[in-house]
Write a protein that binds this ligand. Sequence first.
Ligand SMILES: Cc1cc2nc3c(=O)[nH]c(=O)nc-3n(C[C@H](O)[C@H](O)[C@H](O)COP(=O)(O)OP(=O)(O)OC[C@H]3O[C@@H](n4cnc5c(N)ncnc54)[C@H](O)[C@@H]3O)c2cc1C
Ligand SMILES: C=Cc1c2[nH]c(c1C)Cc1[nH]c(c(CCC(=O)O)c1C)Cc1[nH]c(c(C)c1CCC(=O)O)Cc1[nH]c(c(C)c1C=C)C2
Length: 471
Amino acid sequence: MVPSPKTILGGGLSGLSAAYYLSKLAGKEKLALIEASNHLGGWIKSEKVDKEVVFEQGPRTIRPVGAAGINTLNLLDDLGLNSEVVPITRDNVAAKNRLIYVNGELHTLPNSILSLLSKQKPFSKPLALHLMQDLTAKSIKVPDESLYDFTKRRFGPEIADYLIDAMLCGICAGNSREVSVNFLMKKLFMYEQKYGSITKGVFKHLLDKKEKLPNRGLLAAQAKLGKWNVYTFKGGMETLPIALEGALKYFGNTQIHLNMKCEKITFNNDKCLLDLHDGSQQDSSHIISSIAAKNLAYLIANQHPDLANKLAKIKMVDVAVINLFYNGNLIKNPGFGFLVPPKEKLPILGVIYDSCCHNYQNKTVLTVMMGGYWFKDLFGDDPSEETLFNIARDNLNKILNISDEPVQYKVNILRQCIPQYLVGHQQNLEEINKYIKDKKLPLSLCGASYNGVGVNDVILSAKNAVENIYL
Ligand SMILES: Cc1cc2nc3c(=O)[nH]c(=O)nc-3n(C[C@H](O)[C@H](O)[C@H](O)COP(=O)(O)OP(=O)(O)OC[C@H]3O[C@@H](n4cnc5c(N)ncnc54)[C@H](O)[C@@H]3O)c2cc1C
Ligand SMILES: C=Cc1c2[nH]c(c1C)Cc1[nH]c(c(CCC(=O)O)c1C)Cc1[nH]c(c(C)c1CCC(=O)O)Cc1[nH]c(c(C)c1C=C)C2
């Protein structure tokens, strides 16, 4: 009898990465990858609109640091993508200039020791003094807390309102009053809980061994030596899923099924059965689910309602992405882009200056992101593309003083695209993993819903999920 294949559910970046790592470990074992849409890469979509200009719908830059950052660079080495990478080094304006729009003005966020020590708008005193509030702030014992409450308690309201609120918009389009402190500041929160202040924790841990990092391949070594801040790809981010798909085809042991939504999963002893959109069924010895937790919840709800309830707690938000391309250099103060803290009550979350990262000559390419946690309140259930475009253009015209019309633009509404790690996320994750372990379900989880929403995180989550099967 032919053994049932291991199945990867979802063909986004995490599903493709899981298939890649699994292919390398599985030897001759057959694998299946099931993807609901006709496209591999999930939210990663790059559309070429002229000779050099690319409209990115999803991610556009990757960080090269930490274990997860090195892991991605090593994967790029393996895939032979070295010559496709475009580094943005720490001395590049796109790395140094990150802006926020507050009180009708754009302000550069502090990017050097000197700028931490001097008073800079919109802050009422030097940032260093805000940070020093931690020394005298009263500590409280709590199991988890919102990012907003934590930063307001430790550093004061200006840091929470301008810096943290804006940063959270620029990473998960979320509300810092609901997102867990562990999402961005796990270590700092642990220091406060253990030692009474972040500063004390930092000093106590100064001599700690550094995080164990994987060996650096060629690209990771170049990134360190060359002081890369972030990087992207010449032909756009889709270069990565395309290369992963190519590698899977080369290995030849993964059958990729596109347009094949999974509608139900039934676990039976140590086997699983997937009901597919076309009425067929797929037997599987193990499922690696890379789809959003709330989508997985729906598939298992009948048989495992308790697990489904826990998975469904991991909420997602909608983001409208408006790419615009203009002739000429329209950005007076180049940089990475700007974020708008929610306190400003504007209908946009932020704008990325894509042309600054790619060094396009005499062209301006911008991406406006809108909605997130506030999508429905701002735009209702089903805003038209025209409405969203007009809002994006009017805000750009006002904030960047642009009077030209774009040569081209594109509006996409990314429904349920970014997970929100709400207060209690960590505990919920532990309960999810315990349930799967206790019931001995042949199920592994990876993707943006669990241990980090960035490109690096989802690739590493896939690698860990695969390696844990073979432990
Ligand atoms: C607007 C935006 C900007 C971003 N910017 C950055 C950035 O600059 N840097 C960075 O590091 N990260 C960024 N990210 C995050 C990063 O892009 C994502 O976290 C990552 O791409 C998620 O990959 P994934 O595979 O986990 O999920 P997805 O991309 O959601 O893939 C899941 C796949 O599963 C499929 N699927 C779902 N249900 C089923 C089913 N029932 N049956 C079969 N298939 C199914 C879907 O069709 C999809 O293809 C951004 C994300 C967004 C949305
Ligand atoms: C306004 C909406 C969004 C912008 N980017 C994202 C959203 C939802 C998504 C996103 N951006 C980054 C990540 C990865 C985080 C990681 O763990 O690596 C994700 C999921 C990268 C990022 N972008 C900004 C920051 C501060 C970061 C964190 C890492 C880094 O330092 O590079 C800034 C930023 N994001 C957006 C804008 C307009 C912006 C402006 C300064 C858009």
